[in-house]
Design a protein around this ligand. Structure first.
Ligand code: XUL
Ligand code: CO
Length: 448
């Protein structure tokens, strides 16, 4: 085995390094579209896509669902003697997986990486023991941390929220936990730090002081940011919108809601959004909409790459699959200037009945291929210029003459009304050409 492997056991012994074999390959353990070194425009595919694996779904989740017990008895768990022993083996398995798959990044919650202890000091000690191991493995493999985060939702103490908990003591305990998670992220050179408001919302307004809860989380995020900056953290903070689940209503509902929240609490300079496809759908939007909205508001940051199910209305966290979705997503991302310090994090889990150890690889390969194909399609859409050109032309009347004056704020409302009086006639009867644009997009999708 390669020298990155510090444990005694190889966890995926039947699987070697995943290679690119091209679109006609019948090998499920090969990339069909993701060719990391291939140039797309001016950048390599791997630099456009910045794939990350989510520690929690891939190495902690065990197939359990509300109706049934474990179907993925991971060897790092079944062979482990103590919680820390399990954590160490889990980490070895994770880095073996990242390396064989060929991703550049991973993301983790504090509690994915190290078990909670019986005191804050013990939890911190556990976390930093694991951080030291992760640091060595990162150095040996070249794999980087995209972002770190704290799990502020699993422990029963967070049942009424963390930073929005009605009890101050819980908020303070959450701060203690976030401080360690930020320190861990800094120690591992994390490029970002994410806040997903798992239970930051309400179950009923009858017991909730909505204004106070929002003020509390606004202040909490500001204090956490100030602490991290003081410790030298240069990365990006993310809020990950989600409208509901596990709460009935989550405060970081969608991108537009988060944008206003960030402004209200003075967080807009340091925070961006981490957009998850399935969360967008739960909010009644599509993924494309959330990405375009974030770009328009100047807060696009990173992506949790997964998908829901159009029939089921919950967070199914499936691996990306639809080229329509990935192509539209990559179109929005390229137009927004690319991922820069963000990435495509597979916040996705294999199905309960996907019990073959190869399934975890196949799921990620499929997701990476879907985004690689999406990137190529989006790049063609932009390069060819028909669709972006159409949009540009559609707003052409605002680029010259009175329209341009209006955009620059050089017309009063009376000027505007006067012009309106003169322009009366055929204005407005112009085709939006949706069906034409959809069929053009289909042509790119099929590469014709
Ligand atoms: C939950 C979710 C989280 C965040 C990180 O729906 O998406 O896993 O991505 O806390
Ligand atoms: Co997520």
């Amino acid at each position: 085995m390669a020298d990155y492997y510090t444990g005694k056991k190889e966890y995926f012994p039947k699987i070697g390094k995943i290679k690119y074999e091209g679109p006609r390959s019948a090998n499920p353990l090969a990339f069909k579209y993701y060719n990391p070194e291939k140039l797309v425009g001016k950048k390599k595919m791997k630099d456009h896509l910045r794939f990350a694996v989510a520690y929690w779904h891939s190495f902690c989740a065990d197939g359990t669902d509300p109706f049934g017990s474990v179907t993925h008895p991971h060897p790092w768990v079944t062979d482990g003697k103590t919680p820390m022993d399990i954590a160490e083996h889990r980490m070895d398995a994770a880095f073996e997986f990242f390396t064989k798959l060929g991703v550049g990044f991973y993301c983790f919650h504090d509690r994915d990486m190290a078990p909670e202890g019986s005191s804050p000091a013990e939890s911190e000690k556990n976390l930093f023991t694991m951080v030291a191991r992760a640091k060595k493995l990162q150095k040996a493999t070249g794999i980087k941390l995209l972002w770190g985060t704290a799990n502020l939702f699993s422990n029963p103490r967070y049942m009424n929220g963390a930073a929005t908990n009605p009890e101050f003591d819980v908020l303070a305990i959450a701060a203690n936990q976030v401080k360690s998670a930020i320190d861990a992220t800094i120690e591992l050179g994390g490029q970002g730090y994410t806040f997903w408001g798992g239970r930051e919302g309400y179950m009923t307004l009858l017991n909730t002081d909505l204004k106070r809860e929002k003020d509390h989380i606004g202040r909490f995020l500001g204090l956490a940011r100030d602490y991290a900056r003081k410790q030298g953290f240069k990365g990006i903070f993310y809020v990950e919108p989600k409208p509901m689940e596990p709460t009935k209503h989550q405060y970081d509902y969608d991108v537009e809601t988060v944008a206003l929240f960030l402004k209200n609490y003075g967080l807009e300079k340091d925070f961006r959004v981490n957009i998850e496809a399935n969360h967008a759908e739960l909010a009644g939007h599509d993924f494309f909409h959330e990405l375009e909205t974030a770009a328009a508001l100047g807060i696009f940051g990173s992506v949790d790459a997964n998908r829901g199910d159009f029939i089921n209305g919950w967070d199914t966290d499936q691996f990306p699959w639809s080229y329509y979705e990935t192509a539209l997503a990559m179109y929005a991302i390229l137009k927004a200037g690319g991922l820069s310090a963000g990435g495509l994090n597979f916040d996705a889990k294999i199905r309960r009945n996907s019990v073959d150890p190869a399934d975890l690889f196949i799921a990620h390969i499929g997701g990476m291929d879907a985004f690689a194909a999406g990137l190529e399609i989006a790049n063609r859409v932009i390069k060819d210029g028909v669709i972006p050109g159409f949009v540009k032309k559609r707003y052409g009347s605002f680029s010259t003459g009175s329209g341009a004056k209006f955009e620059k704020g050089q017309l009063s409302f009376t000027d505007l009304a006067k012009l309106g009086g003169e322009k009366y006639g055929k204005a407005g009867i112009t085709s939006g050409r949706q069906e034409y644009l959809e069929s053009v997009f289909n042509q790119y999708l099929l590469g014709l």
